[in-house]
Ligand binder design. Sequence first.
Ligand code: NAD
Length: 302
Amino acid sequence: MPETQQIRTGIIGLGAMGIGMAQSLAAKGFAVAAFDLSDAALTRAAEAGAAPMPSAADVFGAADIIVLSLPAAHHVKAVIADAVSAGHLAPDAAPRIVVDTSTSEAEISRNLAAALDAAGHGFVDAPVSGGPAGAAAGTLAMMLGGDDADVARAMPVLEALGQKIIHVGPSGAGNVAKLVNNMLVASHMVTTLEAVKLAEASGVSTEDALRVVNSATGRSAISEIHYPNWVLPRSFDSGFSTGLMRKDVRLARDMAAKAGCAMPLADLVADLWSQERSGLSDSDDFMLMGDPKADRFEGDKE
Ligand code: NAD
């Protein structure tokens, strides 16, 4: 296994998550080539110790292990197509591993992994959980899909980003696990909101209700981490957007439809997360869904 300093890393997508990952890699001694469409993000990456690049393809040219943190699967396909056009993923190019931390789609990951494998390169789907704070601290949970050999080669980089690293299975398995996880997150936001609203309406404060839930069987990461950090202080700045939450619910439902798996609750949750039902726009922080003071859904007593 090469020393940290000998592995050239790259990161494409320097948003809420990617900027923290760039910081974590640079802090742990990796050379980091970075690209984002936003100049402001590139400036922040330079301040974090990464080397800004003029294009995504240039990151592939400068790195052996390239981390992607992009909004959706079509962005992932586009940057890989650019790298292919530039010759960096040709069969005679130095072997590269793409570590895709975006919340993406299993079928697209499998296709990309097969295409890269045929040219002697690797692709690991490696979606993450833990938010911008976890990305900056290098303490993310990571769920991996890919070949053992590719995962082993990427491990020094994965270990710089994550604390709980679970190799779920072959290509696409990480994406499946992530969507299943986030379907629960979307549901827990709604069920926890309903629980604290019911408590308040019946004479028990949100704080007291959560003290009990978090010592009892109704708890989740939403009640244990998200409410205390972002709802109770009313900062609503977790760094995860409602638009990305909607994407995850949509992808989980698409996956269920393909698998022939009925999910009546997820269908209702998707409806409740829609702009029409929730009043939230895509750019709103997703924690606003949990605001017990918002009377977000119709039917509450005046
Ligand atoms: P974000 O919107 O904050 O950042 C995405 C970045 O990608 C932006 O800076 C954008 O300019 C850049 N970008 C878009 N297209 C690009 C391209 N073609 N080339 C280069 N850069 C491009 O999103 P985020 O919150 O950082 O999330 C990134 C991914 O991680 C998403 O797939 C999301 O679902 C997932 N995720 C987010 C969180 C979170 O808490 N924010 C947690 C886990 C997983």
